[in-house]
Design a binder for this molecule. Sequence first.
Ligand SMILES: Nc1ncnc2c1ncn2[C@@H]1O[C@H](COP(=O)(O)OP(=O)(O)OP(=O)(O)O)[C@@H](O)[C@H]1O
Ligand SMILES: [Mg+2]
Length: 363
Amino acid sequence: MLFDLQPKTRREDLYDREKELLEFRDALSLGERLLLLLGIRRLGKSSLLNVALRESGFPCAKLDVRSLYFTHGSIPQETLAKRILDSLLESLSAKHKLQLGLEKALSSIKGIRISGIHVEFEKKPDLAELLEKLDSWAEKEGTRVILAFDEAQYLRLSGIQYDGMIAYAVDNLSNLTFVLTGSEVGMLHDFLGLDNPKKPLFGRYAREIILERFTREQSEDFLRKGFEELDFKVTLSEIENAVNRLDGIVGWLTMYGYLRGVRKLSEKDALNELFRKAHALVRDELSSLLSFSRRYGFILKAVALGNHRWSEIKDYVEVKSGHVNDAKFSALLKNLVKYGYLIKTERGYEIPDPVVSEVVKTL
Ligand SMILES: Nc1ncnc2c1ncn2[C@@H]1O[C@H](COP(=O)(O)OP(=O)(O)OP(=O)(O)O)[C@@H](O)[C@H]1O
Ligand SMILES: [Mg+2]
């Protein structure tokens, strides 16, 4: 169902994204080792990742780094190693022979215990050794292992040099492919440092697949098809109105479709409920930024209220929170761009998501 709120896992539930899936497949068939799926929040990165992994047919591990980080407050090596192996073994559960082969390949790691799809370590595992084992197993089986890290920018907060580990694998382990997604695109780029001579991944090649908002036509078609699936009648003007408010952000369109077509709220109530939920969600997403500096909130509000130029935004912020020096202000703005909350266009700074824009007006 198109209006299912969970990240999609099956091709038939995924609207379009043909071009992106093709590119993903192309990168794998060329044996590329580093793929990035990038885009602001709620554009369907996790859904695209799920479907692309499933369609690839390769053994794969997928980790939700954002939730790992928020559950543990850090991402220790043993947790990462355990999650990789649990997920990989699970991906092979229908392929018994491969699963047994992998268990055998891993059994030479000191202190490892495997029962079914669960792995435990008696002592801290050596991640590099583990990746080497996966690589040689893949080589022997004539396959490729995909290691996918959803919202990988959180790895940078782990206190461990995971960028170095990825660089080592990318350089030396030709049967592994890393797929990293990120909604905080600038933060992910900073973490990887492909263009930063001081970072281990400097100069490496990465395939970047950038998710865009749906066009107006696609957004309307998405809603129409979703409602058709549910046999739920809506007028053309309702669809146009929803797209006017939500733009081509598939996450919001899906939520609208769910509230209206599955929960059967009226058009007005569905939009109200969506904005109520969005309010809670966006506030929660912004909370850690706002705890660093309340100025982030004032900047976003300034932009949402129609200030786009650097100096207009700064004036607004200073009225609200007193003098801020130029360098400090620029650094705050730059961070908001890195986190994906602002984009820079020829008009100046803009909030790329109209729902977020509505919410920050109330900050
Ligand atoms: N191509 C698509 N077709 C149908 N539904 C989609 C599509 N892409 C995403 N969705 C739906 O939109 C919502 C957001 O998708 P998803 O969680 O995959 O996005 P995301 O970019 O990973 O979001 P976040 O930044 O919050 O992690 C979900 O309800 C999902 O089911
Ligand atoms: Mg996601």
